[in-house]
Every structure is written in C-alpha cells, then in structure tokens.
Design a protein around this ligand. Sequence first.
Ligand SMILES: Nc1nc2c(ncn2[C@@H]2O[C@H](COP(=O)(O)OP(=O)(O)O)[C@@H](O)[C@H]2O)c(=O)[nH]1
Ligand SMILES: [Mg+2]
Length: 236
Amino acid sequence: MGCRQSSNSRRCEPEQLITTNARPDYGSQTGPYTTEPQAGRRTPAIWNIVLLGMSGSGKSASGNSILREKPFISRPSSKPITSECQVAETKVNDFHVCVIDTPDIFDDDIAPSVRDKHVKKCKQLCESGPCVYVLVMQASRFTDGERNIIEKLEKAFASKVRKQTIILFTRGDDLRQAEMKFEDFLRTCQPELKAIIQKCDNRCVLFENSRQNDSQVQKLLETGMNLIQNQQTLLY
Ligand SMILES: Nc1nc2c(ncn2[C@@H]2O[C@H](COP(=O)(O)OP(=O)(O)O)[C@@H](O)[C@H]2O)c(=O)[nH]1
Ligand SMILES: [Mg+2]
C-alpha cells in the first residue's frame, strides 16, 4: 500500500480503501508489529479500531470521519441501519488502521445468537493485530441502555476490555453551541456517565462528524496508539 507524500508534508491520503466483511489480506507483512522498536516500544504495523455503541450514536459516521471516505452507511433512522460488521482500511499520517463498524450489540432486544454472531465476526476481523475498542456515545444524550454499557461490553468481549477502550463522544458541535468546553462537559456530567469514563481510565475524545476535522482523528489515533503500546501484554 503506497502513501502519497508532498515535499512539505508527510500526510498520507487514505488509499486502497477496502470495505468488506472479510479481513483484508496483509500480503507480505510478517507480523502485527514492525521490527524497528520506537523509543523502546513496539509499534504495530497495522492495528484495528472497533467501533461499538448503540444505534444512532454515530459509529458509522465516526468510522467515515477516520477513513475520510464514506464506506459505511450513516443516516438518521428510527431503526438500525448497520446490520453486519464491516471493515475498511486506511493510512492516515503514520497510522495504518483497519476500522471495523458494527451493528448495535448492546440492544437488549437483540437475540443472544445474533449478538454472538456479531461478536465472533468482530473478533475474527481483529485477530491478526492489536485492537482498540472505541465506545461511541452522543455528547448530548445518555440513555438507559448505556448505563451498564461497560458490563455489556465486557460480557460480550472479555473482562478488562475496558483497559483497551476509548470513549468517543459525537456531536461535538452541541457542546460548542452551548459554549461548553469538552473538559467541563466531562467534569460536570452525571455520575453514571462519569463512572463509565473512569472505568476507561478517562480516555475520551470528541468528534463532530458533520464536517471533516483532521485534528479530532489524529487525537483518536494517537490515543489508540498510546493505549496499544502501553497495553501490549493484554492485547492477545
Ligand atoms: N450533527 C451530527 N450528526 C451526527 C454526528 N455523528 C453522527 N451523526 C448523525 O447521526 C445519525 C446516526 O449516525 P450513524 O453513524 O448512522 O449511527 P450508528 O447507528 O451508530 O452507526 C446520522 O444521521 C449521522 O449523520 C455528529 O458528530 N454530528
Ligand atoms: Mg451504523
């Protein structure tokens, strides 16, 4: 996979975007980590971002923001739009990531067999590389179904998955319109949401998906890379 570079910028454009429900083929790559350690920490050649959350929270839209393409269908709907796990791959700056979009696996009405099928697919898509879970929630809405979302997440995937989880709040403009800083939102949010944030060691990012914003994507990718490098022993 190539990377376009201009003389004054090392930015890579998203290239060879793959959208599929099968794992991309990494060809000649020998393993999930590059052989050159960076500052004593192993750097994965490619890693996975799994977008999780309730229907309508903005998983697909956030995936599209990361990819700077729109492979995932994202639109307003009273019923779920995303029905299967999908994966798309991109290079952004120094990061080479697979973004996995998922249906709402936290819906209490979903049949356990269907949930298990999605979780199995998700794990399959992630199995050859390190993985970061991104829990997508709307900044301006906290629902009953989200109260025990960490417990649901750990029941579906594995205990301690919270140690690999970042919370991504969508609809950042709602905060901006209220002239509220993200830090103040986090500091003053209701106790149950605060408990969720603390369970994820306060790893939070804010997205506004209605327009492209490279810095929000960069912040997420840097947070994800730090997490992977700090959690290497927990990743498999
Ligand atoms: N204004 C705004 N709308 C958003 C944002 N993120 C998602 N949406 C909208 O919310 C709706 C549901 O988003 P979607 O990505 O389909 O949610 P999903 O079910 O979690 O995948 C869509 O109409 C999106 O355009 C955001 O950051 N700002
Ligand atoms: Mg979706």
